[in-house]
Ligand binder design. Structure first.
Ligand code: NI
Length: 378
């Protein structure tokens, strides 16, 4: 989803004034830009009105809308519903503030930005959390998650309990979560590793960016440390076969042997099996059908192997690459490694996140689909 989303990050002094010692002001933001007018849905009903944010997550938007409509319909006296949006790691919380003369009530909806699904408190916290949270989770009470804690929504108050006190079932601060509104590109490197891979890994190390390496089995030996470093940097390891033979010309058994042998070598080098597969030349054929790994091709071919010219490769990347693309490079050429560093830093400056192929939405958070050949973000 390419839609750009802007989010208001309001300071809820009104809410936190009730919190006594837990009072705080939220200063950190992930998406600091204020929401745009067209991203607000205005509901008017029964003399009541509600302004709710449209955030681009269908489940969340639909739920927020129906809750706001319900509040407006059920109220005997006109009410105003305002919303505040909180981002905490991978969780987006929308707090609906129902205001009538003299009082304020809270309802909320929380969504996991990584998969777009609504999250219940019972799905987030385990039973070893403090009793107060457990009781709330059991009763399906409304809650929000902010950078500072879990806010339990009651009449007139939102009581905030620090996240550290709750026993969470999963890591809400997951830095790998890719938000649907983010511009993301997956760089892929074939045929390595080689000594030039170090230039790429140094860049990734410094910048926090990620990439995917389609490793050639015959290149594992003497490059074990490089493969371990890829893993340590959070990069994705892919299998590119062993001998770089065109797999269309091989039997299914020969392909299976190549892939299994390479996978074992990668495992021996770093303790992790590859998760994705790219056939040499990107030629997936009948003989590659039995391979139980995600098949990844590319949407931007830099022809780096042909030009071996840094500037041409930089230009090829910057003139073609857009949100959701998978870019093909080879880490066996110094020109490709240098070009990657230059183009990648330009892309990052213009707001792109460099992710692994599985982090590109459409690959992550879904049941593995071994039949599809992925060219780009679905
Ligand atoms: Ni190749």
């Amino acid at each position: 989803m390419a839609k750009r989303i802007f989010i208001v990050f309001c300071l809820l002094f009104a809410v936190f004034a009730f919190c006594g010692a837990d009072c705080y002001a939220i200063k950190e933001t992930i998406v600091p830009t204020p929401i745009k007018a067209e991203d607000i849905l205005r509901i008017k009903e029964n003399g009541s009105k509600a302004d709710i944010p449209v955030l681009g997550f269908p489940e969340l938007d639909e739920k927020t809308k129906s809750m706001a409509e319900d509040i407006c319909k059920k109220s005997d006296t006109p009410v105003t519903v305002d919303c505040d949006v909180f981002l905490s790691g991978r969780l987006i919380s929308v707090l609906l503030r129902e205001k009538t003369s003299g009082s304020e009530k809270y309802q909320s909806v929380v969504c996991d930005a990584k998969n777009g699904h609504i999250v219940k408190l019972s799905e987030l916290v385990s039973e070893s959390s403090p009793d107060e949270i457990c009781a709330f989770a059991e009763g399906d009470g409304d809650f929000i998650v902010t950078l500072h804690g879990i806010g339990l929504c009651g009449e007139k108050t939102v009581k905030v309990i620090p996240l550290a006190q709750a026993a969470l079932k999963y890591d809400v601060t997951d830095k790998n979560a890719l938000f649907p509104w983010e511009k993301a590109i997956a760089f892929t490197f074939d045929d390595g590793p080689s000594k030039y891979t170090d230039t790429i890994l140094d860049f990734l190390d410094k910048s926090g960016a990620k990439a995917t390496f389609f490793i050639l089995g015959s290149h594992v030996e003497a490059n074990e440390a490089r493969i371990s470093r890829m893993k340590a940097l959070g990069c994705e390891l892919g299998c590119h076969g062993f001998s770089h033979t065109d797999m269309r010309k091989q039997s299914a058994d020969a392909v299976k042997f190549e892939v299994e042998k390479t996978s074992e070598l990668i495992y021996e080098a770093c303790g992790e099996y590859p998760t994705v597969f790219r056939a040499p030349y990107g030629e997936f054929s009948a003989s590659t059908k039995g391979i139980k790994l995600h098949r990844i091709k590319w949407s931007v071919d830099t022809l780096d192997w042909k030009s071996r010219n840094k500037q041409k490769v930089v230009d090829a990347i910057l003139s073609c690459a857009k949100d959701g693309d998978i870019v093909l490079l080879h880490d066996i050429f110094g020109t490709s490694a240098d070009a990657f560093c230059e183009a990648a830093s330009e892309l990052m400056k213009s707001g792109y996140r460099l992710v692994t192929v599985s982090e590109l939405a459409g690959l992550s958070g879904k049941e593995p689909d071994m039949k599809t050949v992925y060219y780009k973000r679905k």
